[in-house]
Design a binder for this molecule. Structure first.
Ligand code: AP5
Length: 220
């Protein structure tokens, strides 16, 4: 079973993807995380993606689709129940490419969960986000704070703030993603696999109760 998580920046895709991959046997595939690791390690992919991620623009489709192709080939050898795509697709072109890539393995997207959150709330969420530099656990200084400030509850690693979480870059990220979101929603609606979870005004724990129920419905 393969799942796409859709949502504007800060909607909670990473938070829910981590939660679902802990409950079920899914592989969590985050394109944003792969780009950040590549940039940190100064790989060829990192050098190509850096200027886009820093400004909040989308990395061009040809780079991103090539990356996802390699990841799907790698992950399919692991024998997980399926993949949770977090941050991919972001354009209709990427959605079509994903469908073709999965078809090569006799697979498809079985469920697309759209996490809907109002823009004002997204900005508050992103400006307070902190991430563990070791295990990548996601916190929020107000909505999901660690027990000890700046330290990860799960592994004791240091928490950091993403460079693309500055207000100016956040606004650009939201704008860029908004332009494509309607088309993606229409694409998955047409395939009959789209489900919506309302995230506005809800704490991470409330949304975490809802998403596994949606997955179970499609899994049975
Ligand atoms: P990426 O890392 O995917 O960033 P994003 O889409 O902007 O999403 P975020 O990771 O910021 O947010 P999220 O929805 O995962 O929210 P989170 O769970 O962390 O991509 C980065 C960049 O890479 C892009 O800008 C682009 O340049 C490039 N890129 C990536 N994929 C690409 C693609 N396919 N094509 C082209 N370019 C691509 O939660 C956010 C905060 O809110 C946290 O602090 C969390 O604790 C808190 N929170 C979560 N849920 C709740 C809740 N219910 N209530 C209160 N707080 C909550």
């Amino acid at each position: 079973m393969n799942i796409v998580l859709l949502g504007l920046p800060g909607a909670g895709k990473g938070t829910q993807a981590k939660h679902l991959s802990n409950i079920f046997d899914f592989y969590h595939l985050s394109t944003g995380e792969i780009f950040r690791r590549a940039i940190k390690n100064e790989t060829e992919l990192g050098k190509r993606a850096k200027k886009y991620t820093e400004s909040g623009d989308l990395v061009p489709d040809e780079i991103t689709i090539e990356l996802i192709k390699k990841e799907i080939e790698k992950v399919n050898k692991r024998g997980d129940e399926g993949i949770i795509f977090d941050g991919f697709p972001r354009t209709e072109n990427q959605a079509e490419a994903l469908s073709d890539l999965l078809a090569d393995f006799d697979q498809e997207i079985d469920l697309c969960i759209y996490i809907k959150v109002a823009v004002d709330e997204l900005i508050i969420r992103l400006s307070g986000r902190r991430i563990c530099e070791d295990c990548k656990a996601i916190y929020h200084i107000k909505f999901n704070p660690p027990a000890e400030e700046g330290i990860c509850d799960q592994c004791g690693g240091n928490l950091y703030q993403r460079t693309d979480d500055s207000e100016e870059v956040v606004k650009n990220r939201i704008e860029r993603n908004k332009q494509e979101m309607e088309k993606l929603l229409a694409y998955y609606e047409e395939k009959g696999v789209l489900e919506q979870v309302v995230g506005t005004g809800k704490m991470p724990e409330d949304v975490k109760e809802e998403t596994p129920l949606v997955v179970k419905e499609y899994r049975e």
